[in-house]
Design a protein around this ligand. Structure first.
Ligand code: NAD
Length: 291
C-alpha cells in the first residue's frame, strides 16, 4: 500500500503499548485511526493523545465480540467507506507452565490472542476484497510464535497467528490486500500489568526476571510502530524487530532441517507435496532481500 494519507486504519488494542505505538505512526502519516480496546480510561487517554497528532477515534470493543466487530465495520463502511488498514494487535500475556493452566485460562488466552485475530480478519477481509482498493492486514504475533519458549498457551496462540498469516498471504496473492505478521521481542508495554486470566495465576516471566527488569532495556513501542508502518508501505510480510533473535532462529531452522529424513526424494511424491504445500510468499520475501 503506497498511500496512507486520508485512509482509515483500525488498530485493536491500540490504546496501549505496541498498538498505541502503531496508532501514533499511522496517525502521523495522515491516516484516520480508530483504536479499540476494553479499558475505558486508557481508551480516553489514547484518544486525547492521538487527536493532538491528527484524526482519531477510540471505541470500546472486545476482540472476542463478533457482533461488535460487525457493527463497527458497518459504521466505518458508512462513515468512511471502509477500513484500509487493519492491525490485529490486541493480546494478553500469559506464561504459566502447561501443568498449571486451567481450561478456562486456555480458552481465555486462545480466545483473545488467536480467535480475536481471526474475528478481525473474518470481519474486514471480505469487505476489503469487495471494495477492491489497496488495503493491508497486520497481525501481531511474537518472536514466541517462531521460537518455542515456556508458556505453551501463549506459544500456541502466537505460532497460530504466524500460521494463520502465512496461509492468508497465499490466499490473498493477486488481490489488492497485502499482509504482514509482526513478531517482536520484548517491548516496554503494559502487558505484564494488563488484563489477567480467570482464576489463580503465579507470576511467570521469562528466565525468572521480574517484569520491571524486563522493561529496563526493552525496545520502545514507537520503534515497533514505525516498523509496522514501513512494512505496510513496503508490503513486507515478516516484520521482525530484534537482531538478537538471529542466532536462535538459525538454530531452530537448523534443528528442523536436521530432522528431515535423509535419502533421495521420490519425484512423484515430491509433486504431490508441492500441490498441497504451496507458499510462494517465502520466494517473494527472499527475492526482495536479494534484489
Ligand atoms: N510487550 C511485549 O514484549 C510483546 C512481545 C511480543 C508480542 N507482543 C504482543 O503485542 C501485542 C500488544 O501487546 P502489548 O505488549 O502492547 O501490551 P499492552 O497490554 O500494552 O497492550 C495490549 C492491548 O490489548 C488490549 N486488549 C487485551 N485484551 C483485549 C480484548 N479482549 N479485546 C480488545 N482489546 C484487548 C489491552 O487492553 C491493551 O490495550 C499483544 O498481542 C502481545 O502478545 C508483546
Amino acid at each position: 500500500m503506497q498511500e496512507l494519507e486520508g485512509r482509515t486504519a483500525l488498530v485493536t488494542g491500540g490504546d496501549s503499548g505496541i498498538g498505541l505505538g502503531t496508532a501514533r505512526a499511522l496517525v502521523q502519516a495522515g491516516m484516520r485511526v480508530v483504536v479499540c480496546g476494553v479499558v475505558e480510561e486508557s481508551l480516553q487517554a489514547a484518544h486525547a493523545e492521538l487527536s493532538r497528532l491528527g484524526t482519531a477515534e477510540a471505541v470500546q470493543l472486545d476482540v472476542r465480540d463478533r457482533d461488535g466487530f460487525a457493527r463497527l465495520a458497518d459504521r466505518l463502511d458508512q462513515q468512511h467507506g471502509g477500513v484500509d488498514v487493519l492491525v490485529n494487535n490486541a493480546g494478553v500475556g500469559f506464561l504459566s507452565p502447561t501443568a498449571e493452566v486451567s481450561f478456562d485460562q486456555w480458552d481465555w488466552v486462545l480466545g483473545i490472542n488467536l480467535t480475536g485475530v481471526f474475528n478481525g480478519i473474518r470481519t474486514f477481509l471480505p469487505r476489503m476484497l469487495a471494495v477492491g482498493r489497496p488495503a493491508h492486514i497486520v497481525a501481531t504475533a511474537s518472536i514466541g510464535g517462531l521460537l518455542g519458549a515456556p508458556g505453551s498457551a501463549y506459544a500456541a496462540t502466537k505460532f497460530g497467528v504466524v500460521g494463520l498469516m502465512e496461509a492468508l498471504a497465499v490466499e490473498v496473492q493477486g488481490t489488492d490486500v497485502g499482509v504482514s505478521v509482526l513478531a517482536p521481542g520484548i517491548v516496554a508495554t503494559n502487558i505484564h500489568q494488563g488484563l489477567r486470566p480467570p482464576g489463580e495465576v503465579a507470576e511467570h516471566t521469562p528466565g525468572g526476571a521480574s517484569s520491571g527488569d524486563l522493561h529496563v532495556a526493552a525496545m520502545q513501542p514507537d520503534e515497533v510502530g514505525i516498523r509496522v508502518r514501513q512494512a505496510i508501505l513496503d508490503e513486507q510480510f515478516y516484520v521482525l524487530t530484534h537482531a538478537e533473535h538471529r542466532e536462535l532462529l538459525q538454530r531452530r531452522f537448523d534443528a528442523l532441517l536436521a530432522a528431515v529424513p535423509s535419502g533421495t526424494p521420490d519425484v512423484r511424491r515430491a509433486e504431490v507435496e508441492r500441490l498441497v504445500l504451496r507458499n510462494p510468499v517465502y520466494d517473494r520475501v527472499l527475492a526482495r532481500r536479494t534484489s
